[in-house]
Structure formats: structure tokens, C-alpha cells
Ligand binder design. Structure first.
Ligand code: DC
Length: 216
């Protein structure tokens, strides 16, 4: 029997979370789960069905009927690889609204817990509520943060957008929605280690987390 090794990485977007999680998983030789991709896929399913996104019951039904799986870094929705489509501006615009519904969260958290069991309970898992709600007993909890201007510049770079003012406004809008929603808001778990990545490069962040994991 293996021991659980669950490294949770929570925090807002633009902190380097996704890149750090992928590299960290590779360094630790364990799989990686991107829970934001589930919320994005749920949003895509609701949009494709023409649902009223404010209608919790309607959206909940669509998400309950959909099939989600993640293989490597590919997100599969109803048997189709949607890894690129879920990064579209339309999905990004609506994902906070869909992920605020408790019914949606309950369903997706169930899928995320099942994924961990199916993967031998050793993984790097990134999201917004992983250390606080999804895996509160995780062995290592990290919360990544960075100054808003730094996060906007990184995000603008990632999506090839030159207008950082607009990107900053969008990041602040999503931060506000994600951290003020009633169900599982973005929060720093009590027992998490907070790492500000503003003045660190990706390798430095990964090195620090590897050292933390090795130390305990
Ligand atoms: O990490 P991301 O930008 O792909 O996440 C997309 C959205 O999904 C984000 O705005 C909030 C939501 N999300 C969430 O509510 N809980 C998670 N564990 C992960 C993401």
C-alpha cells in the first residue's frame, strides 16, 4: 500500500499555478489534476445546451448528465477532447457564474475525488478550493499569490493580448466573484504555505515546493 501524497495548489489566476503544477508533478513523478478545467468544461456544456447560466437547476441538470474525464493534460467532455475550446474567451467570461452554483460544485468535487482514488491517491491538484474543501486532509497545501499587475502581465502574455489594463480588469472581476461566492470561495487554507511568486521565476517556485515536500 502506498502513502497518500497530495500536494494542493490553490490561488488566483496569473500566479503561475498551472505551469508550476505541471512541472511539479513531473519532478515528483506523480499525476496532475487541473480542477479549473472541470469548471470550464461544465461551462462549455451549459453554453452548448443554451442554458440560462443563472438557473442553478438547469445548469445542475446539464452538468449531472455530462461525462467528465481528464487524461494527462487533456480534458474530455462527453467523449470529446475540449482542451482548447474550454480556454476560449466565451468560456472564461462565464466560468465564474457557473462555478458559483453549489449543485455544480458538489458534482465536480465528486469527480475530482474519484479521480484521485483512481490515480493511487498521489497527485498534484490545482484549483481554488482544493486544500480547503476538496482534499482538506492533503499532506502538502500551497497557496500561490502574486501582485495583481504581475498577474495581469503574465495572463496578457499567455493569451497574446497587448492591453494589460483590460486583462487586469478581467482578473479583478473574476477574483472578486471567485472569492465572494457563498459556496467554497477562493480562500487561503489555515494550514497552507503561502508563496508570493511576483518576483520568482517558475523554476524557483517549483524548487521551493519540491524542497517543502522533501522536508516533510
Ligand atoms: O484555473 P482556471 O482559470 O482555469 O479556473 C477557471 C474558473 O473555475 C475560475 O474562475 C474559478 C473556477 N474554479 C473553481 O471555482 N474551483 C476550482 N477548484 C477551480 C476553478
Amino acid at each position: 500500500m502506498t502513502t497518500d501524497l497530495i500536494v494542493t495548489l490553490d490561488g488566483p489566476s496569473g500566479t503561475g499555478k498551472s505551469t508550476v503544477s505541471r512541472l511539479l508533478a513531473r519532478r515528483l513523478a506523480i499525476p496532475y489534476l487541473d480542477t479549473g478545467a472541470f469548471y470550464r468544461a461544465a461551462t462549455l456544456a451549459a453554453l452548448a445546451a443554451g442554458a440560462d447560466l443563472s438557473d442553478a437547476e438547469d445548469v445542475g441538470r446539464i452538468v449531472a448528465e455530462a461525462e467528465f474525464s481528464q487524461r494527462g493534460d487533456r480534458m474530455i467532455l462527453n467523449g470529446e477532447d475540449v482542451s482548447e475550446t474550454i480556454r476560449s474567451a466565451e468560456v472564461t467570461l462565464h466560468v465564474s457564474e457557473v462555478s458559483a452554483h453549489p449543485s455544480v460544485r458538489a458534482l465536480l468535487v465528486g469527480h475530482q475525488r474519484a479521480w484521485l482514488d483512481a490515480n493511487g491517491r498521489q497527485a498534484v491538484v490545482e484549483g481554488r478550493d482544493i486544500g480547503s474543501v476538496v482534499f482538506p486532509n492533503a499532506s502538502h497545501k500551497i497557496y500561490l499569490d502574486a501582485r495583481p499587475e504581475v498577474r495581469a502581465a503574465r495572463r496578457a502574455d499567455q493569451v497574446g493580448d497587448k492591453d494589460t489594463t483590460e486583462v487586469l480588469a478581467d482578473i479583478q472581476r473574476r477574483d472578486h466573484l471567485d472569492s465572494t461566492r457563498a459556496a467554497s470561495p477562493l480562500t487561503i487554507p489555515d494550514d497552507a504555505i503561502v508563496l508570493d511568486t511576483s518576483d520568482l521565476d517558475i523554476d524557483q517556485v517549483v524548487d521551493r515546493i519540491v524542497a517543502l515536500v522533501a522536508d516533510s
